[in-house]
Design a protein around this ligand. Structure first.
Ligand SMILES: NC(=O)c1ccc[n+]([C@@H]2O[C@H](COP(=O)([O-])OP(=O)(O)OC[C@H]3O[C@@H](n4cnc5c(N)ncnc54)[C@H](OP(=O)(O)O)[C@@H]3O)[C@@H](O)[C@H]2O)c1
Length: 306
């Protein structure tokens, strides 16, 4: 029997349940994938709590999850290029990947490169496409200095490395526990809290060219105060700042294609992109997984393993 994470009203983690669902069937052009790993993302708990009702409402009962990696177990009519038994990385547009099985159009999967771990493969879609879009939005050039808030989180950890690959000096804002990791990927860590602007100025004596905010409150204003031009500021967490300051808010929606996922999978498989895995949970412990994520200090990704 197949199982999926569902909730039937907005609320805290206690509304999340793992329930039995009918055996999934592949319609024309679709695949059924047995999910091995499905990462979780903050947007999911914000939707489940009703915080994004105006922007992204839920309909009940709602499933959950976009990211996944797994094995193809059925293919529908008209599918070519993918066969039963293939290992794939992909995404759901139906909030349905946190399940034993997910049904998706064939165009939403790409082969899992040999050697790429399941946990990393199942973590790439939301965080990876968001990081890709945010980096592209600020047009980084070799020699620039770019500041990143939330620099060791699910998105920030990838942003930092994509910037470093463009020969950018990266100042990463994070808690002290993440500073060693930031140094290991070539970033200059600074702690958040009182005196942050002075610490950034000390770390970037020639000025800051661009700013990527993956955290939210106050960071866009800080970027403006540091003299960064609005068209070189991207936030994925403070949408009000777009109208207020004229900054960008390019996130996953701006780069949510399977080609971007495939490119990130290749980078990760070749060791050029480190995707830190903060923890893994069986599907039955979905509430515990979100408790950890909602605490707000995740380094990298948390993964469900159905
Ligand atoms: N618009 C989009 O397309 C899109 C897509 C994905 C995510 N998002 C949003 O982007 C945000 C980040 O997502 P994520 O998956 O990276 O979250 P995450 O994995 O939970 O990471 C959050 C990070 O924030 C850091 N942090 C906590 N307090 C901080 C502070 N005061 N200043 C700076 N950093 C602080 C934490 O690191 P420390 O341990 O160092 O404190 C943690 O690593 C969320 O708001 C999410 O909803 C938007």
């Amino acid at each position: 029997m197949a199982q999926a994470v569902k909730f039937d009203r907005y609320g805290g983690i206690d509304v999340l349940n793992v329930v039995e669902i009918p055996e999934p069937v592949a319609g024309p052009g679709q695949l059924v994938v047995q999910v091995v790993a499905a990462s979780i993302n903050p947007g999911e708990w914000k939707i489940r709590q009703g915080l994004l009702h105006e922007r992204w409402p839920a309909t009940f009962p709602s499933g959950q999850g976009s990211d996944f990696a797994g094995r193809v177990v059925a293919v529908g009519d008209g599918v070519s290029g993918v066969a039963v038994g293939d290992e794939v990385v992909g995404f759901s547009d139906e909030r349905s990947s946190q399940a034993t099985h997910v049904v998706v159009p064939v165009g939403q999967v790409t082969p899992k490169p040999a050697g790429l771990s399941w946990d990393v493969a199942g973590s790439l879609y939301v965080a990876g496409t968001t990081a890709f879009a945010a980096v592209r939005a600020v047009s980084p050039e070799a020699g620039d200095t770019v500041v990143v808030s939330g620099a060791a989180g699910g998105v920030g950890s990838l942003v930092v490395q994509l910037l470093r690959a463009r020969e950018v000096t990266v100042v990463g804002i994070a808690g002290p526990g993440n500073h060693e990791w930031l140094r290991s990927v070539g970033a200059v860590p600074v702690a958040y809290g009182d005196g942050l602007a002075d610490r950034i100025r000390a770390a970037a004596p020639d000025g800051v060219d661009a700013f990527i905010d993956t955290y939210g409150p106050d960071y866009v204003e800080l970027a403006i105060d540091l003299g960064v031009k609005p068209d070189r500021i991207d936030t994925i967490a403070d949408f009000a700042a777009v109208a207020k300051y004229g900054v960008k808010a390019e996130g996953s929606g701006a780069a949510a294609t399977i080609d971007v996922v495939a490119g990130l999978a290749d980078l990760a498989a070749s060791g050029k992109l480190d995707v830190p895995i903060a923890g893994t949970y069986p599907l039955s412990e979905v509430r515990a997984a979100y408790s950890e994520l909602e605490a707000g200090h995740t380094h990298g990704k948390i993964v469900l393993r159905p």
